[in-house]
Design a protein around this ligand. Structure first.
Ligand code: LFR
Length: 492
């Protein structure tokens, strides 16, 4: 099988071989995913990404010596493309960090209150949500033929151009702020209240649905057989969560990459006023379960610093940056890694310094100090989020499973254990591709449920454990961080 996983900063094509007990994987293609600023707007370069997907297929065939048994694509959430009646893509999809949706969000909230929207869709309030992006969509506002258009989320869009079949896979649709989290269908009430054409929305299909074979023109262009295209888990985070090598069901997870998604799995959504205030989302899991989680800025803070420093002429690798941070002087300045001020692209070191200055803290000056500030702030945010999850569920969670590319930052894993006082179980790094592949294996009838998927992941990719250290010191620092947040809230 092959998985193509598009992340917000890079993508990869991975082949997977399941021998009945273990999964082995091989990365056959890796590429950058660099958004393009054009005419003051921020877009994804869809054509380039589709080209990379095709490169991945060619390389997978070369590596395996034959066409894989199936293919599935997963991507980040919320973004989409619009398709006209002839099946053509209308323009390049917008990046969720494009600022156009900020005013659209304000406009939407004139039509429906935030509380009502949350009660109906269970998604944390954020300008990135599809529901707001669609309101900003000029094709829907000014095109008289808007009712002829169809909307496809990014993975569905790739699947459409691979197979010719239009559908909305459940996990990716669940990120939109337009799905009813209880009956797992489009929320027609919300769609009508915002005057969005109902015809935009495709039928919801569950993870693991076979869409069809590769189209004849792709088969002849790439010289491959018409392998099945499977809508496995279109949302990368849902795929990552499916591959958590957990043995019990009571743990918190952190899917760590550009974003840190921290949460738990539940049978039913939590749609209370308290979970809305605490900014928790109820997204959909690989078997229809609920991923109740919070979006935390994550390594975006570091990625964007790195980009700014590169523009300034300093090309620094992540390993180098982390090592610098390990030896940085401790200045104990923190930022709130949930603050929307860090959402758009731009000079991140400056924004971090400004945050520290305006909150009366020592301003981190050097690059190592800034990186240290980011990593510690993330760990504190995880601890705060863990307490909130425990408050909402009334349960103490003993373990934190961390998965995804971000766990290669060992300092962050250790800091997370220290600050939360919980055991951190880290792995696998390639959680998203592994989840994608195992959901395909399930569609082929090779495994039967999530428990079996997780058993295979445990056997195939043994995780690493981090135990908490220096609990008292971290407790004291966390209390200081908390005071800072309280003061900031009072100010704001
Ligand atoms: C992570 C992720 C998050 C989603 C964010 C934006 O890659 O998919 O789950 O909230 O990207 O789409």
């Amino acid at each position: 099988m092959m998985a193509v996983d598009f992340g917000a900063s890079s993508g990869r094509a991975v082949t997977g071989h399941f021998d009945g007990e273990r999964l082995s994987i091989q990365e056959v293609h890796r590429f950058d995913n660099e958004p393009v600023q054009l005419g003051g707007r921020l877009h994804w370069d869809f054509l380039r990404l589709f080209h990379e997907l095709k490169q991945g297929i060619v390389k997978a065939k070369q590596q395996l010596g034959r066409t894989p048994a199936s293919i599935a694509v997963d991507t980040w959430g919320v973004d989409y493309g619009l398709i006209d009646p002839k099946g053509r893509l209308l323009g390049n999809p917008y990046h969720y960090r494009d600022l156009r949706s900020e005013s659209a969000m304000r406009e939407a909230l004139q039509l429906i209150s935030e509380a009502d929207l949350y009660a109906k869709t269970g998604i944390q309030s954020s300008s990135i949500n599809t529901v707001y992006q669609l309101l900003a969509e000029e094709h829907l506002r000014f095109d008289q033929n808007a009712s002829n258009l169809r909307m496809l989320f990014m993975p569905d869009l790739f699947h459409y151009y691979l197979s010719g079949v239009m559908a909305s896979e459940y996990t990716i649709a669940s990120t939109s702020g337009l799905l009813d989290p209880v009956n797992r269908e489009w929320n027609i009430d919300v769609i009508d209240t915002l005057s969005l054409p109902q015809s935009l929305f495709n039928p919801i299909i569950m993870p693991g649905t076979r869409l069809g074979g590769l189209t004849p023109d792709i088969c002849s262009e790439l010289s491959v057989d018409a392998m099945p295209v499977i809508a496995a888990s279109g949302h990368d985070t849902a795929a990552a969560v499916a591959s958590i090598p957990a043995t019990s069901s009571r743990y918190a997870f952190i899917s760590s990459g550009t974003w840190s998604l921290m949460g738990i799995e539940l049978d039913e959504p939590i749609l209370t006023e308290r979970s809305r205030q605490l900014l928790f989302s109820n997204e959909g899991g690989a078997e229809g379960e609920i991923r109740m989680l919070k979006n935390i800025m994550g390594l975006w803070l570091l990625q964007e610093c790195r980009r700014t420093w590169a523009v300034e002429g300093a090309q620094l690798g992540y390993a180098e940056l982390t090592e610098m941070a390990e030896h940085a002087p401790r200045n104990s300045s923190y930022v709130d890694a949930g603050d929307a001020v860090f959402l758009p692209p731009g000079n991140m070191p400056q924004r971090i310094q400004e945050y520290c200055r305006s909150s009366g803290q020592t301003v981190p000056q050097s690059r190592p100090e800034i990186v240290r500030c980011i990593l510690e702030s993330l760990a504190f945010k995880y601890r705060q989020t863990l307490s909130e999850i425990e408050e909402l569920t009334g349960e103490r969670l003993e373990h934190i499973h961390m998965v995804g590319g971000g766990i290669q930052n060992r300092l962050l894993c250790q800091l997370t254990a220290n600050v939360t006082g919980r055991t951190v179980i880290a792995g696998p790094v390639e959680a998203t591709s592994i989840g994608n592949l195992m959901i395909q294996a399930k569609a082929h009838g090779e495994v039967h449920n999530l428990a079996e998927i997780r058993e295979v992941v445990r056997q195939s990719f043994p995780p690493e454990t981090y135990l908490p250290q220096n609990a008292d010191e971290w407790e004291e620092r966390y209390q200081r961080y908390n005071q800072l947040l309280v003061l900031q809230k009072m100010k704001g």
